[in-house]
Design a binder for this molecule. Sequence first.
Ligand SMILES: Cc1cc2nc3c(=O)[nH]c(=O)nc-3n(C[C@H](O)[C@H](O)[C@H](O)COP(=O)(O)OP(=O)(O)OC[C@H]3O[C@@H](n4cnc5c(N)ncnc54)[C@H](O)[C@@H]3O)c2cc1C
Length: 456
Amino acid sequence: MNKEQFDVVVIGGGMGGACAAALAAKEGYRTLLTEKRDIIGGRFSCKEIDGCLLQTGAPFIHISGWVPKVCKEVGVDFDLTECLDVHYWIRGECYKLPLEHRMNALFEICNRVASNRAKLVGGIVKEIASQKVMSGIRSAISDPEKLGSTTIKEWLLRYTDNEDVHGIFDAISVGFLMAHSYEIPVYNFFHFMATQKGFNDVAMSTYGNLKNMEKLADVVRRNGEVWTNTPAKRILAGKNGVSGVVLEKEGKELEIPCKVVISNIGVKETVALTGEEFFSEDYLADMRVKMRPTPISIIHIASDEPICMEEGDAGAMLVSNARRITDAIPLTNSCPAMAPKGVHLTWACASPPSVLFPVDPEEEERQIMKDINMIFPDWQKKGGRIVEIEVRNMDHDLPEGRTWLGPAYNMPRETPVKNLFNVGDAVASSGIGGTSAGAEGAKRTIETVKKKVKAG
Ligand SMILES: Cc1cc2nc3c(=O)[nH]c(=O)nc-3n(C[C@H](O)[C@H](O)[C@H](O)COP(=O)(O)OP(=O)(O)OC[C@H]3O[C@@H](n4cnc5c(N)ncnc54)[C@H](O)[C@@H]3O)c2cc1C
């Protein structure tokens, strides 16, 4: 096989694409990973502004999840720093959770907040019956399907109407499941809890996500190539399945024949590059119903003094009932290399009131600024400056998620076109989300490719 020939072409260098390309190269397939941007990593990467490393998407990976498993298989060791602390921001106060029994701790905190408020403004305190909620959670995890189309909010209302608890559940819902607690059936939440067993073991890339993703790219380079600034323009298919791709490289179209195409760019984009005529009506209908990209805004604030989790804890702060911001992370508390010496870098993300409709970017920025002033009231006194607020609408090619998390939104990775596969969070396995979904899908896809196609 000469230098320009490949067994496998992977389109898109996000977590799913990079893992698939590294696994394929390791299995002996000569592999091309082609990425349209000038850096790989997609929503697990970073760009530099004023010496600060800004996250393009995921700050965290799951230590016991699929990314470390795939890395181990291809002989890569990500530089990671554990970030286990969780704080809740509720009505202007920040509460640190213990490492265990976090749900019980949440109810205790909210009961305390309600009782303190009653002392100040009067009213009757309705204590949350935590034992009842916990037993409801246990029964729901054991048989999530019986909850039918009940939303998370409706399910929680059975036990409590405490607004602070509802605010935290909404932040968890939109952060993990990609839809608000009043938009997504609770079935998906408990399915996720049962499959992913909570989210108590997360870590961040010590030197930024791009450095780690480059390690996967190096595995590909040992048995293939990685081309950046090279968008795929077409996927070539015929009666016998996929036969190659057309790429745009240095301003020219280039046809690359191959045996297998693995697309990491989303189901809709894969169909668009191949042509709808190759897909059944059922597949296209499924795609239209199930693909639900979530709009998101990503905020980076640099400051001279810490503004979030100021005592130096490493982890995340979930925000209850703000206008837009749902969580914030003091990146440099755990990974000081993400900003110049002496600079504190805080990340936050923000969701519109509904993830079902396009947003007005100017209105999002206005509401986000109000939230920043409310959640970090002295951020400017501490030398705070906005490095970037990036509002991504639902048609952005790097949304929060390409679809909501849960069995109702899953599509198969294999397509009706022979040897054309999708990987990434658009085609997650049931209950697995985010970066883990990309890595797990890559592993399963290469297992399927090995059964069907010989290298060389
Ligand atoms: C703000 C935010 C916070 C998040 N937080 C977390 C978290 O803490 N933990 C977690 O696990 N997940 C989190 N996620 C989700 C996680 O980032 C994604 O699920 C995951 O990174 C998606 O990976 P992917 O494999 O689907 O590919 P993507 O990251 O979507 O990569 C696709 C790649 O394809 C490229 N591409 C597109 N079109 C073409 C083309 N025509 N030709 C060539 N290349 C192309 C793109 O440039 C991109 O690099 C978060 C996401 C966001 C946005």
